[in-house]
Design a protein around this ligand. Structure first.
Ligand code: PGA
Length: 255
């Protein structure tokens, strides 16, 4: 079964009200393939979510960058999954490496978050990826498999999960994984899903790549058979995000 190409824009902790409105106008004017071909989700900081949701073109969706691990309550500073649902926010990014490393989110905690968010009806972009040290010591596959297993242990239905492979050494560094490096891990992850979860989940789950994706390197990456889209940080704030959204169709039309 074909996996629909998926492009996420992770705005991280960036933007003023004026800048956010500008980015939305840029997105609204961009000429991109129809939502039947490419699914586009942008993820502004929490405080801008309702505004972006109200201004954004209807064929794009919004995602939060995080949410609390369980039902809301006395958790100062947190945003619950139920609040996102209540505001009509359909999707959330969980387990981003910046949260894993800076806020010490463990594999198990991320697995719990993914399961809870799914249980209230959110779609989840679940992030995994190895550090440079882990790659150099040859443990890339073991690291991403353990991160994925912590999710698989808690999740039975993968329909609403997009897995984002984001090598930590490639995030925000300008050092993108080569198409071969990315494809190798994506294929490994698909095999892991096949053996540990099931053939159907392995065949249908989108595995997207993140880490220094830009308008210049996206097409070669998009051409890899197991790369089903991108999670884009820095370049999602710029006009080249539209080129990234178009990367699959450009690639196909060049064949
Ligand atoms: P980057 O970030 O594109 O700026 O490297 C990707 C991400 O962190 O999702």
């Amino acid at each position: 079964m074909a996996r629909k190409f998926f492009i996420g824009g992770n705005w991280k902790c960036n933007g003023t009200l004026e800048e956010v409105k500008k980015i939305v106008s840029m997105l609204n004017e961009a000429e991109v393939p129809s939502e039947n071909v490419v699914e586009v989700v942008v993820s502004p900081p929490f405080v801008f979510l309702p505004l972006v949701e109200s201004l954004l073109r209807p064929d794009f969706q919004v995602a939060a960058q995080n949410c609390w691990v369980r039902k809301g309550g006395a958790f100062t500073g947190e945003i619950s999954a139920e609040m996102l649902v209540n505001l009509g926010i359909p999707c959330v990014i969980l387990g981003h490496s910046e949260r894993r490393s800076l806020l010490k989110e463990s594999n198990e905690f991320v697995g719990d978050k993914v399961a809870y968010a799914l249980s209230v009806g959110l779609k989840v972009i679940a992030c995994i990826g190895e550090t440079l040290q882990q790659r150099e010591s040859g443990s890339t596959m073991a690291v991403v498999a353990a991160q994925t297993k912590a999710i698989a242990d808690k999740v039975s239905n993968w329909t609403d999960v997009v897995l984002a492979y984001e090598p930590v050494w490639a995030i925000g560094t300008g050092k993108v994984a080569t198409p071969g490096q990315a494809q190798e891990v994506h294929l490994g992850l698909r095999k892991w899903l096949h053996d540990s979860v099931g053939a159907e989940v392995a065949a249908t789950t989108r595995i997207i790549y993140g880490g220094s994706v830009n308008g210049a390197n996206c097409r070669e990456l998009a051409a890899q058979p197991d790369i089903d889209g991108f999670l884009v940080g820095g370049a999602s704030l710029k006009p080249e995000f539209a080129d990234i959204i178009r990367s699959l169709t450009v690639m196909k039309s060049q064949l």
